[in-house]
Design a protein around this ligand. Structure first.
Ligand code: FES
Ligand code: FE2
Length: 359
């Protein structure tokens, strides 16, 4: 697997709403430094975190009460639209504007489109209403990962690894022993695994108050390039599934810089929603499971990064969803590169030869 370039024409989770306020916050996304902040009317804004003057990070600057952003190197000031409105000690206004990114703030999440703004299509975002549905409760956060986001994607699309990497929490032999069904719908890749009459893994036993045997369903949807949602249902064997326990896990797989990734997560449930003890337990378990993944993926990253020939990998049936996920991202990347190439060809054709001569 050699894919290290990033798709930019797609939605990524840029931040949780509660992370962004009147403090300037820098976060690298697809190799672009982004500065997030809120304007006085509370709308969130994201601009490229490089001052057009001498590239100083704007996130090291200041935001005044009117929502004017000031670069703290030489004093360029930008309004809420990112347009330069002045600079210290100079009457005339420099012609400069910040690159602003399309954003959608919904259900406590801030989604960012780092590519061509004309292509940003809100309808491509999945349903996340359970994050604010009063019948649900959830915990969320972000974990830093020093591994390329494709490794995290494959980790999530092949949950067979739960048996081996998470044996004391969410995995047991039943996971690896149960095959998955995989479907592809346009760019989206989905899988499902239904485990009937199995031993309850410790997390579910404690989380749902169930004793074995149980039925367990895993249905995962990958919305490329960087959103994954897992639907988890657990029920006492023989119970009708709607009577069971329902959980959802959302992952925002957001490429950061180089081969680093922001591993956003939200874990929700639709039962015992006021049980703070259970919430605490589930959050601790979620982070413990994620740390096991981080440990594995960072070890794997070193091996991919140092494999000189990129020798062909061996694959098995349970890799199918991950392979489809790889293909979906590769197709998006190829499409994006083709479009960029066509655009630059057209622009090149419009520029007179004299202007392209080197200076
Ligand atoms: S680098 Fe920002 S004002 Fe000079
Ligand atoms: Fe895992």
């Amino acid at each position: 697997m050699t894919l290290t370039q990033y798709v930019r024409n797609g939605w990524y989770l840029g931040a949780w709403s509660d992370e962004i306020g009147r403090t300037l916050t820098q976060r690298w996304i697809t190799d672009i430094p982004v500065c997030f902040y809120r304007l006085p009317d509370q709308t969130v804004t994201a601009v490229e975190d490089r001052c057009p003057h001498r590239k100083y990070p704007l996130s090291l600057g200041h935001l005044n009460d009117e929502g004017t952003l000031q670069c703290d190197y030489h004093g360029y000031r930008f309004d809420g639209q990112g347009v330069c409105v002045g600079v210290a000690e100079q009457a005339d206004r420099p012609k400069a504007a910040l690159r602003r990114f399309p954003l959608v703030e919904r259900d406590g999440a801030i989604w960012i489109w780092p590519g061509d703004p004309d292509l940003a299509d809100e309808s491509l975002l999945p349903d996340t209403s359970w994050l604010t549905d009063p019948g649900w409760t959830h915990v969320h956060g972000v974990v830093p990962l020093k591994a390329r986001h494709m490794l995290l994607l494959e980790n999530l699309l092949d949950l067979t690894h739960e048996t081996f990497l998470h044996p004391t929490t969410i995995g047991n032999a039943a996971v690896a022993a149960t095959p998955i069904d995989v479907t592809v719908d346009g760019d989206r890749v989905s899988f499902s695994r239904h485990m009937i009459g199995i031993e309850a893994p410790p997390f579910y036993e404690k989380s749902c108050g169930l004793t074995s045997p149980v039925d367990r369903w895993q249905d995962g949807d990958f919305y490329p390039p960087g959103i994954f949602i897992l639907n988890i249902r657990v029920a006492a064997t023989g119970t009708e599934e709607p009577e069971g326990f329902h959980m959802k896990v959302l992952y925002g797989l957001t490429p950061a810089r180089g081969n680093e990734t922001h591993d956003f997560y939200a874990l929700g449930r639709d039962y015992l929603i006021d049980d703070q003890e259970l919430t605490k337990f589930q959050h601790e378990q979620q982070l413990a499971v994620m740390q096991e993944d981080v440990y594995a993926l960072e070890a794997q990253e070193v091996m991919y990064a140092t494999d000189p020939g990129g020798k062909a990998e061996s694959s098995i049936k349970s890799d199918l969803a991950a392979l489809r996920g790889r293909r979906a991202v590769a197709k998006m990347l190829a499409r994006e590169q083709r479009e960029q190439h066509e655009q630059s060809e057209q622009q090149g054709a419009r520029i007179p030869r004299s202007r392209t001569a080197s200076v």
